[in-house]
Design a protein around this ligand. Structure first.
Ligand SMILES: NC(=O)c1ccc[n+]([C@@H]2O[C@H](COP(=O)([O-])OP(=O)(O)OC[C@H]3O[C@@H](n4cnc5c(N)ncnc54)[C@H](OP(=O)(O)O)[C@@H]3O)[C@@H](O)[C@H]2O)c1
Length: 363
């Protein structure tokens, strides 16, 4: 399970949880490792099965160890429970139940097909791995990534309003890659009125990516009829509210499961102050402005003891990456999950205390 948990970190955070899977021979030898690379790509179980097949491994009688209950639904990819059954895997050990309604129930499907199923192994580590995702699912809101492109002195625009581009071409390309993965991108009316951004996902030659996010603008002022953000593809929404929770609720009801909040200062600050940010991506350019628009406004914090604390996040490429001349900093929220998933429903549940002991004892 430790190997599966480590493999899971290879994927990006977002609409789907980080998941890792390992295939073991009947003798306990590690045969293949897989992980999920983000929404729309193979799930960890399918990835591990593919990897095993690439190596010519006969999967009959093997055991799969996976960090999350195998899914039961046909989303953009097929159900993992079925793939496991068809592969002839005879035992599945997973850490935590899938709390996501349409996906849950994979364990029951496996058991009904005669697969031996155990759950609860390293459950605490697996919960912690996807703490923010479990929180978003439990509270029925999209997973929230906050994006900031800033100077060394935390400015996101100069005094005259110029902000294009603070970050390097490599950081811009990275940002556009993310835009192609998320469901929605959100900015405030201020940014629209000042910058008139398109908010599309584009390749470095300017061409549009195949998958485009919904473009959401938040605030009470009207969005001009000729604003670039409106586009012509119908992927535009004006969220006439100043309440970040209301904005997220509106997006959730439109099917958005991962939103990237891109600015400006007022919008970034309001999401942070409300504790509604799961992931922080900061592109730090080695430049100074000394004045101009600060990345953040008042977060309602007046004493150091109340400072927000963030944890460096190794998932999806690492906590600190060099992108051209910039640093890309990746952090995750340190608030605890609002709700933990329901207790396991499988017959062979490993109690949490025992699972923890199992993991400690094994290493
Ligand atoms: N470097 C970067 O990464 C980056 C990214 C984006 C923007 N920027 C820069 O950021 C600057 C704009 O920042 P900004 O703060 O003026 O604009 P903003 O955050 O984009 O929008 C501010 C507006 O949002 C509305 N709003 C909605 N909910 C709100 C809330 N809870 N609290 C406060 N306002 C709320 C208000 O307008 P209503 O009256 O309409 O409600 C407010 O005036 C621009 O210079 C832009 O270039 C930089």
């Amino acid at each position: 399970m430790d190997v599966a948990l480590a493999a899971a970190l290879g994927g990006p955070r977002g609409a789907n949880p980080l998941v890792g899977a390992v295939v073991l021979s009947p003798g306990g030898e590690q045969l293949a490792v897989g992980y999920h690379r983000g929404a729309g790509t193979a799930h960890a179980e399918a990835d591990a099965i593919l990897e095993a097949r690439r190596q010519g491994v006969d999967l009959a009688g093997t055991t799969m160890v996976v960090t999350l209950e195998p899914c039961n639904h046909v989303g953009r990819t097929g159900p993992c429970a079925q793939a496991i059954i068809e592969a002839g895997i005879s035992k599945v050990i997973y850490a935590v139940d899938d709390p996501h309604d349409p996906a849950a129930g994979g364990a029951r499907t496996l058991q009904a097909a005669g697969v031996d199923v155990e759950s609860g192994l390293a459950a605490d580590q697996a919960l912690n791995l996807n703490r923010e995702w479990f929180d978003a699912v439990a509270t029925k809101r999209p997973f929230v990534t906050l994006h900031i492109a800033q100077t060394l002195d935390s400015r996101i625009a100069a005094v005259d309003g110029t902000s294009q581009w603070i970050s390097s071409p490599e950081s811009l390309a990275d940002n556009h890659g993310l835009r192609g993965l998320i469901d929605a991108i959100l900015v405030g009316t201020g940014t629209v009125l000042i910058d008139d951004p398109r908010l599309t996902a584009r390749a470095s030659d300017g061409s549009l990516a195949e998958r485009q996010p919904l473009r959401a603008v938040m605030g009470l002022r009207d969005v001009p009829e000729d604003a670039a953000v409106r586009g012509t593809d119908g992927l535009f929404v004006h969220l006439k509210t100043r309440d970040p929770a209301e904005a997220l609720s509106q997006l959730f009801h439109q099917g958005v499961r991962h939103v990237m909040v891109e600015g400006g200062s007022s919008i970034l600050s309001t999401f942070l102050a409300a504790g509604l940010v799961d992931e922080l991506i900061v592109y730090l350019a080695p430049t100074l402005l000394g004045s101009g628009t600060p990345a953040l406004n008042d977060l309602g914090i007046t004493t150091l003891a109340d400072a927000q604390h963030w944890a460096w996040d190794e998932a999806g490429g690492g906590a600190v990456q060099n992108l051209g001349n910039d640093l890309r900093l990746h952090l995750r929220s340190m608030r605890s999950a609002a709700t933990t998933p329901a207790a396991s429903t499988t017959k062979n549940s490993i109690p949490r205390s025992e699972a923890a002991e199992y993991v400690t004892g094994g290493h």
